[in-house]
Design a protein around this ligand. Structure first.
Ligand code: SF4
Ligand code: SF4
Length: 304
């Protein structure tokens, strides 16, 4: 992980769950970022964006200089193999640089994924995975990952307002991340801008995360050349702009919602509830992670 850029291109924004860019448009943006010095690109199985990466990897770039990360929900050997095979085949790459377990909550969830982690370790020894990691919105998850012998990278949520941290405060998460760093883990922060909520205080929000000495890299979702250029200046050249490039995103729920409650159950942030038989979002809690989008079979909930 020594050579990854401090800024990681979070590609949820480009995926079918959000902007739904064509593979060519997404690859153009990723290639643009690469030429600006960004070599770290993050996705996840649930983002359904592997075809965008397949297109990107077809571009004339040295594969060994591009660092790709993905995450999955595998819990046993079979699901771990399926997830890894899907990633490698869909992106048409012989290996993935970083493969992570998504949304780990505590030592108990990590224990429940032990078989998957063992499979990843086996695949790492065969060169199909570069590094093993986990993502978490939980203080307890970060603390559990910190002492897990197979976890090398922790991808925690951290931002100035403490948005999205499920089981504690910003200070609790800072302490957990610091602990993980002391155990030799690579810290790859997410949601420094609170999923878009902190765009109004963009400079201060980035200054906060960049000021934490134990953060090695941070993922920011981007969707235009202008946004990439601004974040490269802020994160990699220490020229933090006071204002963000104008980019507003929001969660919308179609009036056709039948109130089945699937999305409500899926949201870890408690941002959704049913009111008079329809899903309703509390925008102050929603971090625009898009996890709920896939839970609606009829696509009545989306981030745009
Ligand atoms: S409402 Fe959806 S997008 Fe918002 S925090 Fe919950 S799961 Fe994420
Ligand atoms: S999953 Fe879809 S239909 Fe069900 S409550 Fe949510 S938005 Fe409505």
């Amino acid at each position: 992980m020594n050579n990854v850029s401090k800024l990681c291109f979070g590609t949820l924004t480009l995926s079918p769950l959000q902007q739904n860019f064509s593979p060519a448009r997404a690859a153009d943006l990723m290639e643009y970022a690469f030429h600006q010095g960004v070599n770290f690109f993050d996705t996840a199985e649930i983002y359904e964006s592997y075809p965008l990466f397949r297109e990107f990897l077809k571009r004339d770039l040295p594969r060994e200089e591009v660092f790709i990360s993905s995450k999955c929900y595998a819990y046993d050997r079979k699901t771990a193999k399926e997830s890894l095979d899907l990633a490698l085949e869909s992106m048409d790459t012989p290996y993935i640089d970083l493969f992570m377990l998504h949304e780990q909550e505590s030592q108990h969830t990590l224990r429940g994924h032990a078989e998957a982690l063992d499979y990843f370790a086996e695949m790492k020894s065969k060169g199909r995975i570069g590094h093993i990691g986990m993502s978490s919105h939980f203080v307890a998850g970060v603390r559990a990952g910190a002492v897990h012998p197979l976890i090398e990278v922790i991808h925690p949520i951290i931002n100035k307002a403490g948005l999205g941290i499920v089981d504690g405060t910003r200070q609790d998460m800072e302490e957990a991340i610091k602990f993980a760093k002391s155990k030799g883990k690579f810290i790859f922060a997410m949601k420094a801008l609170g999923g878009g909520h902190l765009l109004k205080s963009y400079g201060e929000a980035l200054e906060y995360v960049l000021g934490l000495p134990y953060i090695d890299s941070l993922a920011i979702g981007m969707q235009s050349e202008e946004e990439i250029a601004a974040n490269v200046l802020s994160v990699m050249k220490n020229q933090i702009a006071t204002r963000a490039v104008d980019r507003s995103r929001k969660l919308i729920i179609d009036s056709y919602c039948i109130g089945c409650g699937n999305c409500v159950a899926r949201c870890q942030q408690g941002a959704l509830s049913l009111v008079k038989g329809k899903a309703v979002v509390d925008t102050s809690r929603c971090v625009l992670c898009s996890y709920c989008v896939q839970s609606c079979e009829d696509f009545y909930i989306k981030v745009v």
